[in-house]
Design a protein around this ligand. Structure first.
Ligand code: FPP
Length: 254
């Protein structure tokens, strides 16, 4: 069954008429460049991931002042399993430690945390910590932090389609009722609005399977800064630049 419907956003909802001066409500970030940051210092890649994890806190804390209500960050993709066993194990251990260490601070700062992605390949200890963090923060109504972990946009659409097909097979949904409003209700992000601004650090200009459906009308920023060097000031600059963009959602200005 689909979960709660997402708040309305997108081309048909009046978001197209938002004032130019408004900053993004939902920012999604591809946190890239940890490996190069570490390499430049002659250190192992995991050193860069640890520095990247520290950066997450500063960015989450910067959100309220910038009017960012939703922050979604890409922590581990369905393709990242192709990295060396040492790096994958190190990242998994970092995620466990990060959740355990940050749990209290996130809860105290009124951050609501959710995870998106497929949990099947994750170890049980990590899953338990993810569940605990979601539960611990579910009453919070400040920044909505979504962490994409073992996430891939195509994988998400495939999993959603499987559930949708099951509902059709069970007679809960008619094929003729399936439209653009139906599928997103089956996505991992079903309770989130679409991202307004997607940022990728480290100079690469690609989206790497991140929020494929949801970013259809997002604005993009590809910046050279490596993730461990990304600051709240830079996020502020990108939000201001977003506010000057003319989002038309396929329509023309009248
Ligand atoms: C990409 O940089 C980064 C990742 C695959 C991992 C992202 C993880 C973090 C920022 C740290 C932990 C996050 C949380 C939420 C605790 P890369 O390794 O591809 O860098 P490179 O392109 O320079 O090699």
């Amino acid at each position: 069954m689909p979960r709660d419907p997402a708040p309305a956003t997108g081309p048909n909802t009046g978001a197209a008429t938002q004032a130019l001066s408004r900053g993004p409500r939902h920012v999604a970030i591809i946190m890239d460049g940890n490996g190069r940051w570490a390499q430049a210092r002659g250190r192992p890649r995991l050193f860069g991931h640890h520095a990247g994890a520290k950066r997450v806190r500063e960015i989450v804390e910067a959100c309220p002042a910038l009017g960012i209500k939703y922050l979604t960050i890409f922590a581990f993709s369905t393709e990242n399993w192709k990295r060396t066993q040492t790096e994958v194990a190190g990242l998994m251990s970092l995620f466990r430690r990060y959740i355990a260490k940050e749990m209290q601070a996130l809860a105290a700062k009124n951050v609501r945390v959710r995870f998106i992605g497929d949990r099947v390949r994750l170890d049980t200890k990590l899953i338990a910590l993810m569940d605990q963090l979601e539960l611990e923060t579910e009453g919070n109504d400040g920044t909505h932090l979504t962490i994409a972990l073992n996430y891939g946009g195509r994988d998400e659409v495939a999993r959603a389609t499987k559930r949708l097909a099951q509902d059709v097979a069970d007679g809960k949904l008619k094929p003729e009722d399936v439209d653009e409003e139906t599928l997103p209700k089956y996505l991992d992000t079903c309770v989130l609005p679409d991202p307004d601004l997607v940022i990728r650090t480290s100079g690469e200009a690609r989206i790497s399977n991140f929020l494929l459906w949801q970013s259809a009308y997002a604005e993009y920023e590809f910046i050279d800064t490596l993730w461990p060097d990304f600051t709240g000031e830079e996020l502020d600059r990108l939000c201001r630049s977003y506010g000057r963009r003319d989002r038309r959602f396929g329509a023309v200005k009248t």
